[in-house]
Design a protein around this ligand. Structure first.
Ligand SMILES: [Zn+2]
Length: 45
């Protein structure tokens, strides 16, 4: 097996029931990631 540096390509964005912004990413090798962000929170005050 050959290891490689995963290339995370964003597949889509959504909003969870908790109101979090969900970002789904996938590498062409099949690995997937899910990241969540706080949506609606002020970036700066
Ligand atoms: Zn990969």
């Amino acid at each position: 097996m050959t290891e490689h540096v995963h290339v995370r390509q964003v597949q889509g964005l959504g909003v969870s029931d908790d109101g979090l912004l969900v970002e789904e990413s996938r590498c062409r090798c099949g690995a997937t990631w899910t990241r969540t962000y706080e949506a609606g929170s002020p970036e700066q005050e």
